[in-house]
Design a protein around this ligand. Structure first.
Ligand code: PRX
Length: 654
């Protein structure tokens, strides 16, 4: 892709009208309605956000809707509410009280159903357990659990008493947990004794014990017994969840919280240095996630909604725990791997619960593509009317497959763009309103002013790549990096004065759709031509034998940088001796010879984050240094790097 050219991916994109059957179910119908509401929402953001907020329960009304600007801004200042009350009590004390809040399934097939009334009872009791151990407003509690109803209970109970939760993905190592517990000065850790991944038990409690060696801030560990296995318990520090719940008082009033006070904390790996503890305001996060979830998924009382995200990833908090429950929706919660114990597990669950809205990661959709059409046809998937995704490019190839095979050509596909820091998805399709374009991240969300700018911060013409920035604050934007205000200001607001710097590159096309091209660091500059890694990866994935691709730059004395591709093949794909050259040529044919990869490496795995996202930085370090430096605590599978190195041994450069 040349700087001045419109990328082929965008030129080729087709526009698909919102499916006729879906339109009447949408909160905003028709492009004109979207445009009008969007225009009003950015011209009068105070009115827009006040209207959203007034659908929620407040203990004391706010004094001002918006105040200040980056990096010191506030929303609903002086207003008091409680997130847990909005997600639980509001429904448990209404006509929704006997409605299913959670259909839970264990990886081993166990099933449980939790209604809003039950959730209310459990959250109140557990909130009293927290109080019994002296947890108070402002204290940090780490939660190291997989997707379980108890995880939801713990998080909502923490919010109820005004404490701050820090979710730590249950796949993280003891070292990663320790780093997060120490940085956040957590007073308590809540864990399960075991988690399961592809049938393999993961010893969470033992991991906690190792993580806490020498850590003296943590006074209490509460252990939920997911399995009957005995685990070591330290008397005076470790307590059994069930025993505490059996003794707990049933009623716990909510703690009124000012809308800008911190509510939750989640760590994201930086490219260098320590992971950042991203702080979200409870009230701001609630208002924002309520809006994203309502308008981007059109969630309604009759829906059965399954977001497959793990609770260790903010997506689950945005779209399920807080946004989803605030809307009183019925959600499916699943503990394990989506293709375990058989590749049709996800389809089987869609069929069992008649799921009509499915939210998953692009990598999960690509897995479904890999498993083939024939498998999908064995299940009844006709209930599905909306598919959403976030976190990585949803390549046009995967988009088209999901649309045709899973959606039968009558479902909405909504590829959303967001960050842990944005606490939501400022870009997304407007389902039922705006035409869909496979591969794009849709259009700006109400109340958000996004722009694409050059290095000096000036807007670039439509169709030209540049830096994606956000011009005005919005309620769910992170308010701080825990314990490091300066890093917060420097990372997000000092790169380009006056705007929030996303660190992503993007193009806005002539129709106002945004195409996120990748992290700024990932853009490769070959002889002065900027090449989008996303476009190259999409081209590779379009090859019939390729299922996953990651492209990174390797420094080159002549060209500045050259693209190098890592690919994973379809299961059972013939791998002739010339396949790598064939793939190099394929990219050259698809995009242009300037984009021809200098090298294609066929590998069996990729370094991934806990949310399944490929960590391109590590691949870049591998080809540049032969090893991974920097922070590795974000890796889901610690062996991945070793296995890739094995695949590469003996190859050029290794
Ligand atoms: O580079 C963008 C990519 O993921 C980054 C954010 O990652 P994380 O904080 O883990 O996101 C959690 C989501 C709530 C972004 O800076 N990204 C996210 N969505 C997309 C994407 N890249 C391309 N297309 C997307 N739809």
């Amino acid at each position: 892709m040349l700087d001045q050219d419109r990328p082929k991916m965008i030129q080729d994109s087709r526009k698909i009208a919102p499916p006729a059957a879906y339109v009447p179910k949408s909160y905003v119908q028709g492009e004109e309605a979207y445009r009008t509401l969007y225009r009003e929402s950015v011209e009068y953001p105070e009115s827009f956000w006040a209207a959203v907020a007034s659908e929620l329960t407040w203990i004391k009304p706010w004094e001002t809707v918006m105040e200040g600007n980056f990096p010191d801004f506030a929303f609903f200042r002086g207003g008091y509410l409680n997130v847990s009350e909005n997600c639980v009590d509001r429904h448990a004390l209404s006509f929704r009280r006997n409605k299913v809040a959670i259909f839970w399934e264990g990886e081993n097939g166990e099933r449980r159903i939790i209604t809003y009334l039950r959730l209310h009872e459990k959250v109140q009791k557990f909130a009293n357990v927290l109080k019994r151990f002296g947890i108070q407003k402002g204290d940090v509690v780490s939660v190291y659990m997989q997707n379980l109803p108890e995880t939801f209970v713990a998080l909502l109970a923490i919010l109820r008493i005004g404490a701050i939760y820090n979710t730590v993905f249950a796949g993280f190592s003891p070292e990663a947990l320790r780093e997060r517990v120490v940085d956040s000065k957590a007073k308590m850790v809540i864990c399960a004794n075991r988690s399961y991944r592809r049938g393999r038990p993961i010893p969470l409690k033992e991991n906690v014990d190792r993580a806490l060696e020498g850590v003296d801030t943590v006074k209490t560990v509460i252990v939920y017994r997911r399995s009957d296995e005995e685990v070591p318990m330290s008397p005076g520090r470790d307590y059994d969840w069930d025993e505490l719940m059996a003794e707990a008082e049933p009623i716990c009033p909510v703690e009124p919280m000012e809308a800008n006070e911190p509510g939750l904390l989640i760590y994201t790996s930086g490219t260098s240095g320590k992971p950042k503890g991203i702080v979200h305001a409870g009230g701001g996060f609630l208002v924002g996630t309520y809006a994203y979830t309502k308008y981007q998924l059109d969630l309604r009382d009759e829906d059965v909604y399954w977001n497959t995200a793990d609770i260790g990833w903010l997506t689950s908090h945005i779209f399920v725990l807080i946004g989803g429950l605030a809307l009183g929706v019925t959600t499916v919660l699943y503990e394990g791997a989506l293709d375990y114990p058989h590749p049709g597990r996800l389809y089987e669950m869609v069929e069992r619960y008649r799921v009509n809205k499915l939210f998953s990661a692009p990598t999960a959709y690509r897995m479904l593509v890999k498993n083939g059409e024939e498998l999908a046809r064995r299940y009844r998937l006709s209930t599905l009317e909306l598919f959403a995704s976030v976190g990585e490019p949803l390549n046009p190839e995967a988009w088209e497959w999901v649309y045709r095979v899973l959606g039968g050509g009558r479902a909405v596909i909504n590829n959303t763009w967001g960050q842990t820091e944005t606490g939501g998805t400022p870009l997304a399709g407007a389902p039922g309103a705006v035409e869909m374009k496979p591969g794009s991240c849709g259009v700006p969300f109400y109340g958000h002013t996004l722009d694409v700018v050059d290095g000096d911060g000036n807007p670039v013409p439509d169709g030209t790549p540049g830096f994606l920035v956000i011009r005005k604050p919005f309620p769910s934007l992170a308010r701080d990096i825990f314990g490091n205000r300066q890093r917060y200001v420097d990372t997000y607001f000092n790169v380009m004065p006056g705007v929030y710097f996303t660190g992503d590159s993007a193009i806005r096309d002539e129709d106002g759709h945004f195409w996120v091209l990748g992290r700024v660091d990932d853009v490769i500059n070959v002889s002065g031509h900027r090449i989008s890694t996303m476009e190259m990866e999409s081209a590779l994935i379009a090859h019939p034998k390729v299922v996953e691709a990651a492209v990174v730059g390797r420094p080159d004395p002549v060209k500045g940088a050259v693209p190098v591709a890592f690919v994973i093949l379809e299961a059972g794909a013939e791998r002739g001796p010339d396949l790598e050259q064939e793939l190099e040529q394929w990219v050259a044919d698809e995009i242009g010879s300037f984009a021809r990869p200098a090298q294609v490496y066929i590998v069996e795995t990729m370094p991934r984050t806990r949310s399944g996202k490929i960590i391109r930085r590590m691949l870049r370090e591998l080809i540049q240094e032969g090893k991974v430096q920097g922070d590795t605590t974000g890796l889901e599978d610690f062996d991945a790097v070793e296995r890739i190195l094995e695949n590469l041994r003996g190859r050029t450069g290794f």
